[in-house]
Ligand binder design. Sequence first.
Ligand SMILES: *[C@@H]1O[C@H](CO)[C@@H](O)[C@H](O)[C@H]1NC(C)=O
Ligand SMILES: *[C@@H]1O[C@H](CO)[C@@H](O)[C@H](O)[C@H]1NC(C)=O
Ligand SMILES: *[C@@H]1O[C@H](CO)[C@@H](O)[C@H](O)[C@H]1NC(C)=O
Length: 413
Amino acid sequence: MFVKISITILCVVIFFFQELQCSNDPDICDSFESIVKRYGYQMENITVQTDDGYILQNFRISRVGTNMQNITGPPLVIWHAFDRNARCFVVNEKDSLGILTTTSALHFSCSYFVAFYYADAGYDVWLPNVRGTVFSSHISLTPNDAEYWDFSYGKIGKNDVKAVVEMIVEKTGQKLITMGHSLGTSALFVYASAYPEDASKNLKGIIAHAPAINLYHTKTIYLSILSNIPDLVRTNFGLFKINYIDSSLETACQYKLVEPFCELLINSLFGKSDNINLKYSLPKFTGRGNEPISSQVFINYLQMIQQKGYFADYSYGPLKNLQVYGKINPPAFNLKNINIRVDIFCGINDYVCSCEDAKTTFNMLETEKSYTILPNNSGCHGKVAHLDLFMCSNMKHCVFDPIDNILANYINL
Ligand SMILES: *[C@@H]1O[C@H](CO)[C@@H](O)[C@H](O)[C@H]1NC(C)=O
Ligand SMILES: *[C@@H]1O[C@H](CO)[C@@H](O)[C@H](O)[C@H]1NC(C)=O
Ligand SMILES: *[C@@H]1O[C@H](CO)[C@@H](O)[C@H](O)[C@H]1NC(C)=O
């Protein structure tokens, strides 16, 4: 009861500050569509329904001056990370610091909005949103139903990726280049290993940024601690009926009062970045949506760390696994099944998805592949952490160029 009241008060306070902040930086509060239009791009919004009834909104971005009807470029589908949605690929670079924010010299300096960068380069850019985001819903369940949140990253890969990929292939008549960040890579690897024939028919390959496939060597202290007790976390979340965590606290990061705490938390969670100031970017990434964090997918990752990076269909705890699968550990997704090209990028200072784990994933693959630690260009000294992997202007040459080189291979595939 007390906790509930405190959370409500906190939300009201945050909401009030956010209202003030909106007038200073429209990217925090504008809808996805208005952001896209403001920068002169056009968008299309195509929903798909998964086999298990989730309705997902997928955004397609056209180049300035091109009609949605005659987009011809190679389709590039970019899958967002955990606790994110497609919005994080269109937010701007403006360091429009409001009255409530700091004037610290370290500002948010990402101007290469990923979606626009690739649209300008001539790609037919698609931004899917997975289940559990503010851009998804369900035919019969609501976010108040526990069942709505009863999904693993396995289901995102087997159902969401499948439905969206089939829709885009049908619409474009082309094979897709896919790119994923963190959770987006888990989902793509699930799809490509569970349905290898579909994957080789529909995809040219996977470009994996900060792969969350074999998580084990995490430097995030909270994950390390919690990963020792994932079942305790799971059962307690169940007990308190916490199906999702409201991430609106992220929006508080822009206020001076909580700044030191926020900075400490962010740096220890994601790794310290020399390129972007997450205090300013986090509120924009989720915007008004206050992206809910699915507690089950979070627990999936704890289970994976506990199991030393075993990439499996974590849906339950050991006891239920015993009932459902006849063994304590769930079945693995076999990376050796993947028969399309895979290009892996990891950030040298990524605390969550370490390069060590990315290398493990790379070694397990038996397909055509590459592995790049970013930055990987001479003269690039900035450290790259979890969230700035492919979105920073001052690191454009350091981060985008190596990815563009890989992308060039795909055009001829
Ligand atoms: C996309 O389309 C759905 C269904 O028509 C609609 O509910 C949703 O608001 C649209 N989203 C955006 C961002 O335009
Ligand atoms: C796209 O379509 C519009 C009309 O629908 C046409 O005016 C324009 O020339 C087309 N652009 C290209 C590149 O084909
Ligand atoms: C860095 O890039 C060069 C080519 O630009 C490549 O040969 C090398 O393997 C890369 N190193 C790493 C660690 O990714």
